[in-house]
Design a protein around this ligand. Structure first.
Ligand SMILES: *Cc1c(COP(=O)(O)O)cnc(C)c1O
Length: 476
C-alpha cells in the first residue's frame, strides 16, 4: 500500500503541470472561481460519520421513509470545487458529483449569482400560463448544443424520468405506434413507465409492479461479458425486434450511449450506429438518453458525438443546471411539433430559477471548456486505474469516457462479479474521506464522476486513497 502511495506522492507531476495548462483549463486551480472559497482539501477531524451526523441520522430514521436510501450517513453544510464539508467539519473529496449533477462544481459562482438574481425577481409563473425568456433561452441552447444541425425544438421538465416519459409520449404521438425498445442494463428512472424501462429489479422495481405495457427489452453490447463485436450484438437486437415485436409496431428505441446505473457499460464500436440505421430505415424514433452522459461529462458535449450519432430525440437532466432540478427533451422539429397543443408540460417544468441556473452552467462549461477538463481527468485517472488493475488482479475492466469512469470488480482471473469486495472498498474509501459511488447490474462496479472543476491535486489524492484501499483489501 505504502509503496504505491509513496510513488504517487514522490513522482507527482499532475498538480504542478496543471498550472501550465491553465489557459485551457483555467478552472483547475485550488480555489478561486470554482469553490466559493472553500479550502480544497481532504480533512478528517472525526471518524465518519461524526457525532453530529449521527444525531441527524437518528432524526432521519425517525422522520424520513426507510425507502429513501443514502450512500453515506453524513450531512453536508457546504460544498464547492471538489469537496463536500459535513456538519462535523470533515472535508471529503467528491468523486460522485451528486450522481453526475454538479459538473460545474457545487454552488458554482455563476450559478449562485444567476439563481440569486432570478429568485429575487420572480420564482414561478408556470410557463404554460405566462412565459419568460429563460425557458426559451435554455431551449435555444439545447437546440444549438445537442448533436445534429437539423431544425430542433425542446421542452423542459423537472427530472430525468419525466424527460424520458415525454420522449415516449412524443415518439408515440409522432409514429402512432405503441412499442418501445429498451436494453439490458438500462436505467431510465423510477416513475411507473420508466421503471418498466429500467432493467434492474432490486432496488428499483421490486414489489412496485404492475408495470406499463409495450416495453420490450433487447440485448446490450457489453464487451467485457459478451466478448462480441458491436455489429454482432446489433444483428441480434435487430432480429429480435423483427421477429418478436415487428419493426412496424415500434415507436422508439431508447438507449444510454454509456449505460450509467448499469455499470458504465460502453457498448462495442458500431453497436449504436447499426441500431440508428435500423431505426431510420424503419420509421422508428431513435432516442438517446443522455441524462447521465450529457453536458461535457464524457469529454464531449454529448456522448453520442463520439461515434457521430445524431439522435432523433435526446433526453437531458443531471449536469444541465449545476444542481437545480431541470430536464430537457430535444429533437427534430417535425417530431417534437407533432404533439397537439397542450399535450406537453407540467406545473414546474422549466422553472425560472432552474433555467437561470442552467444558462449559467452552460456558460461556465463553454468558458472553462469543461469537455476538455473531462478528457484531462480521464488522462490522469485511466493509467492509474489500469496500473491498479494489474497490481491487484481484482479489476476485470477499467472503462468509461472522460470523467465518467469505472472499474468492474471480479474474482481474480475470472469474469465472476465481486459485489462484496466492491462494497467493502467503497465503504473504506468513504471512511477515508473520499465519496465514491457503486453501480452495475451485478453491484460490482465502482464508478467515478468527479466535478469537472475538480482540482488536480485532489483528484490525485482521491486516486491515492482508492489505490490504498484496493491494496489493503486484496492482500497486497
Ligand atoms: C438519473 C437518470 C435518469 C433519471 O433521472 P431522474 O432525474 O433521477 O429522474 C434517467 N436516465 C438516466 C440515464 C439516468 O442516469
Amino acid at each position: 500500500m505504502s509503496r504505491l502511495g509513496s510513488r504517487v506522492g514522490a513522482n507527482h507531476p499532475v498538480a504542478f503541470a496543471i498550472r501550465h495548462w491553465g489557459p485551457t483549463l483555467p478552472c483547475m486551480t485550488t480555489s478561486d472561481s470554482t469553490s466559493a472559497g472553500l479550502p480544497q482539501e481532504r480533512r478528517l477531524v472525526t471518524s465518519i460519520p461524526g457525532p453530529k451526523s449521527q444525531v441527524l441520522q437518528a432524526r432521519r430514521n425517525a422522520a424520513v421513509s426507510k425507502g429513501v436510501g443514502a450512500t453515506m450517513p453524513i450531512y453536508i453544510t457546504d460544498a464547492g470545487g471538489g469537496v463536500l464539508v459535513d456538519v462535523d467539519g470533515n472535508s471529503l473529496i467528491d468523486m460522485g458529483s451528486g450522481i453526475a449533477v454538479t459538473s460545474v462544481g457545487n454552488a458554482a459562482p455563476k450559478v449562485v449569482a444567476a439563481v440569486q438574481e432570478q429568485v429575487a425577481r420572480f420564482t414561478h409563473t408556470c410557463f404554460m400560463v405566462t412565459s419568460y425568456s429563460g425557458y426559451v433561452e435554455v431551449c435555444e441552447a439545447l437546440n444549438r448544443l445537442t448533436p445534429g444541425t437539423h431544425e430542433k425544438r425542446s421542452a423542459l421538465f423537472n427530472s430525468g424520468a419525466e424527460a424520458v416519459e415525454n420522449a415516449i409520449k412524443v415518439a408515440r404521438a409522432y409514429t402512432k405506434r405503441p412499442a418501445v425498445v429498451v436494453f439490458e442494463h438500462a436505467y431510465h428512472g423510477r416513475t411507473n413507465l420508466t421503471m418498466a424501462m429500467t432493467a434492474k429489479n432490486m432496488p428499483y422495481k421490486e414489489s412496485f409492479g404492475p408495470f406499463a405495457s409495450e416495453i420490450y427489452r433487447v440485448p446490450m453490447s457489453y464487451p467485457f461479458h459478451d466478448g462480441r463485436s458491436g455489429a454482432d450484438v446489433a444483428a441480434d437486437v435487430i432480429s429480435k425486434i423483427e421477429k418478436e415485436i415487428g419493426a412496424g409496431n415500434v415507436a422508439a428505441i431508447i438507449i444510454e450511449p454509456i449505460a450509467g446505473e448499469g455499470g458504465f457499460i460502453v457498448p462495442a464500436a458500431g453497436f449504436i450506429p447499426r441500431i440508428v440505421d435500423f431505426a431510420r430505415d424503419n420509421g422508428i424514433v431513435f432516442v438517446a438518453d443522455e441524462i447521465q452522459t450529457g453536458f461535457c461529462r464524457t469529454g464531449d458535449w454529448f456522448a453520442c458525438e463520439n461515434e457521430g450519432i445524431v439522435p432523433d430525440l435526446i433526453t437531458t437532466a443531471k449536469g444541465i443546471a449545476g444542481g437545480l432540478p431541470l430536464a430537457g427533451l430535444t429533437g427534430r422539429a417535425e417530431i417534437m411539433d407533432s404533439v397537439h397543443v397542450g399535450g406537453l408540460g407540467g406545473t414546474y417544468g422549466g422553472n425560472p430559477v432552474a433555467c437561470a441556473a442552467a444558462l449559467a452552467s452552460i456558460e461556465t462549461m463553454e468558458e472553462l471548456d469543461l469537455a476538455a477538463a473531462a478528457r484531462q481527468i480521464a488522462s490522469v485517472m485511466i493509467p492509474r486505474l489500469q496500473a491498479l488493475a494489474e497490481k491487484t488482479g481484482v479489476i476485470g475492466e477499467v472503462r468509461g469516457r472522460g470523467a465518467m469512469l469505472a472499474v468492474e470488480l471480479v474474482k481474480p482471473g475470472t469474469h465472476e462479479p465481486d459485489a462484496e469486495l466492491t462494497s467493502t472498498i467503497a465503504k473504506a474509501c468513504h471512511a477515508q474521506g473520499v465519496v465514491v459511488l457503486t453501480a452495475g447490474t451485478y453491484g460490482n462496479v465502482l464508478r467515478f464522476l468527479p466535478p469537472l472543476v475538480m482540482p488536480m491535486h485532489l483528484l490525485d489524492e482521491a486516486l491515492t486513497v482508492i489505490e490504498e484501499q484496493f491494496l489493503a483489501h486484496t492482500g497486497n
